[in-house]
Ligand binder design. Sequence first.
Ligand code: 5GP
Length: 188
Amino acid sequence: MEELKNRILQDGKVINNEILKVDSFINHQIDVELLNNISSFLASHFENVNKILTIETSGIAFAIGVAQQLGNIPVVFAKKSKSALTDNNVYSAEVKSFTRKINSTVIVDKRFLKEGENILFVDDFLAEGNAALGLLDICNQAKCNVLGLAVVIEKSFQGGREKLEEAGVKVISAASIGNFENNTPIFD
Ligand code: 5GP
């Protein structure tokens, strides 16, 4: 999406040629008109979706945007938890945080994922793919069908797409960054 690429160039800040900060329009302050346009673009690539799944916190806004475009379907967000291992009522997975470099356990209550449901993942960023692989693990436990990942910004040089496609997950991104050069995004 040209609109998103232009906004990234205008307002994004790159840290150490690795992390893109988009907190003035994507994940702290949110430009709702842009969110609606991105959500409509992402939703147009998927059909027969029963439910959206994301991880708290920054994926939730776009998950709702895409869910509205797909007919106000439910949104579930995996929660970061400390006591998951003792709880039989939740599905859980270990996820390495790209930005904080720590592992955390994410959980989804078993009531909110049913066998045979068609699930679409939504997130703000795709980097190494660990967040989406964690959600895939949870969906496999719940015997759900994963239709794909709809992501706002992909950093294609960090390998997430390859891992997900290898696992059979279709990936659609609204903007794909092939590299950072001198802290400037170079789009694919
Ligand atoms: P992955 O699990 O694919 O390695 O990383 C995806 C998650 O890490 C996203 O949910 C996002 O919260 C965070 N993330 C990865 N790269 C960036 C980035 O460049 N900027 C920001 N703001 N978050 C990122």
